[in-house]
Design a binder for this molecule. Structure first.
Ligand SMILES: NC(=O)c1ccc[n+]([C@@H]2O[C@H](COP(=O)([O-])OP(=O)(O)OC[C@H]3O[C@@H](n4cnc5c(N)ncnc54)[C@H](OP(=O)(O)O)[C@@H]3O)[C@@H](O)[C@H]2O)c1
Length: 305
C-alpha cells in the first residue's frame, strides 16, 4: 500500500510535551504544520508552525492530510476532585467531538485522524502482559479513555482512518513524568511506591513521535494500538534503575507507609496513577516491525539522564 503523505497537518494540543516534539519532527521532514490551541495570541510554537484557535475548525481541516489530537488537561497536575474529574473528561471528549464535527463539515476530509488515548484504558492489572486484545478495565481512567476513544470513532463512518494510540508514561528530558520521578531520587528521598510490583509501561518521547508518524503514514495501521516500549517494568525496578543511574541510595520505606501517604496526599490520583499499573506491551507495533530506538528502560534512561 502507498504511504500516506503528511504534507499538510493540524496538531491539536501541539503546545504540550508530546505536541511540541511531534510538531518539530513534522517540520523537520518538510510538513506544513498548524498548531491548534486555546491561546492563539500567546502560544509558543516551534519556528515555522502556524498557530490557530479552535474557532472555524472545519475550514482549517479542509483538504488536510492528517489531524493529530493531543489535547487534554494534565492528568497528574491536581487532585481528582469531582470538578477536576469533569474537566479531565470534558477537555478530552469535548475537543475530540469538535474535531469529528468539523470533519463532518469538510468537503475534502483529511485521510487520517490520530487521536491520543492512554493505557489507563486497561485499568489496573496484575503482572500478566496486556496487549491490544485485552478488554477495557475499571476505574476513572478506564472510563475516561473509553469515552475519549468513543468520541473519535465516528470519524470512521466519514471515511477517515482513525488511529487511537494508547500512550504509556512518556519519558522525556524536560517535562512529563521523568523529572518528577527523578527529583526525590536526586534528593536521596526516592523509594518504591506501595508494594512496587505494579507495572510501569513507559515510552521514550522520541520513539513515541516516530511511532505516531509511522502509524499516520502507513495505511496498514488502524484503530487502537499501544504506544509503549517493549519492556514495561515494575515501579520498584524502575526507581532502582533511576537511583543507580543517579548514583543515589533509595530509602527503605515500608510499602504500607508510601501507600497511605500517597492516598492521603493525592487521593484517587495517587492510587490509579502511582500505586496501580499494568504491564502493557506494544503488540501491534511489534507485529508491524516498528523499530524502537529505546526498547529497554536502561537505554531510555541512559539517553535522558
Ligand atoms: N505525557 C504522558 O505521559 C501521557 C501519558 C498518557 C496519555 N497522555 C495523553 O496524551 C496527550 C498529550 O500528552 P502531553 O503530555 O503532551 O500533554 P500536555 O503537555 O499536558 O499537553 C496537552 C495540551 O492539551 C491542551 N489542553 C489542555 N487543556 C485543554 C482543554 N481544557 N481544552 C483543550 N485543550 C487543552 C493544551 O494546549 P493549549 O493550552 O495550547 O490549548 C496542552 O498543550 C494528552 O491528552 C495526555 O493525556 C500523555
Amino acid at each position: 500500500m502507498a504511504e500516506q503523505p503528511l504534507n499538510r497537518v493540524v496538531v491539536a494540543g501541539g503546545t504540550g510535551l508530546v505536541g511540541r516534539a511531534l510538531v518539530k519532527a513534522l517540520l523537520a521532514q518538510g510538513s506544513q504544520v498548524t498548531v491548534l490551541t486555546r491561546h492563539p495570541g500567546s502560544a509558543v510554537v516551534p519556528t515555522g508552525a502556524r498557530v490557530r484557535g479552535w474557532i472555524g475548525l472545519a475550514k482549517e481541516l479542509e483538504g488536510l492530510d492528517a489531524v493529530f489530537n493531543l489535547a487534554g488537561e494534565g492528568l497528574a497536575d491536581r487532585r481528582w476532585t469531582q470538578g477536576r474529574r469533569a474537566l479531565l473528561r470534558a477537555s478530552r471528549v469535548g475537543p475530540t467531538e469538535e474535531i469529528v464535527e468539523a470533519l463532518r463539515a469538510c468537503a475534502q476530509r483529511p485521510a487520517v485522524l490520530v487521536n491520543a488515548s492512554a493505557i489507563g484504558y486497561y485499568g489496573p492489572g496484575d503482572d500478566s502482559p496486556v496487549s491490544e486484545l485485552n478488554p477495557a478495565g475499571k476505574g476513572f481512567l478506564a472510563d475516561l479513555c473509553q469515552a475519549w476513544e468513543g468520541a473519535a470513532l465516528p470519524a470512521r463512518d466519514l471515511g477517515v482512518r482513525v488511529l487511537l494510540p494508547r500512550l504509556g508514561v512518556v519519558l522525556a528530558r524536560d517535562g512529563g513524568a521523568l523529572p518528577k520521578m527523578a527529583r526525590p531520587v536526586r534528593l536521596g528521598l526516592g523509594s518504591r511506591l506501595g508494594h512496587g510490583r505494579q507495572g510501569l509501561s513507559w515510552i521514550h518521547l522520541q520513539d513515541l513521535v516516530a511511532l505516531l508518524l509511522a502509524a499516520a503514514r502507513n495505511p496498514a495501521w488502524g484503530g487502537p494500538f499501544n504506544a509503549t516500549a517493549p519492556e514495561p517494568v515494575s515501579q520498584a525496578a524502575f526507581v532502582r534503575l533511576l537511583a543507580r543511574r543517579l548514583h543515589r541510595p533509595l530509602l527503605p520505606l515500608p510499602g504500607w507507609l508510601s501507600s497511605i501517604s500517597l492516598r492521603l496526599l493525592l487521593g484517587d490520583l495517587g492510587r490509579e496513577l502511582l500505586l496501580e499499573g499494568a504491564y502493557v506491551h506494544p503488540g501491534k507495533a511489534e507485529g508491524l516491525d516498528f523499530p524502537f530506538r529505546f526498547p529497554t528502560p536502561e537505554a531510555a534512561l541512559d539517553d535522558l539522564l
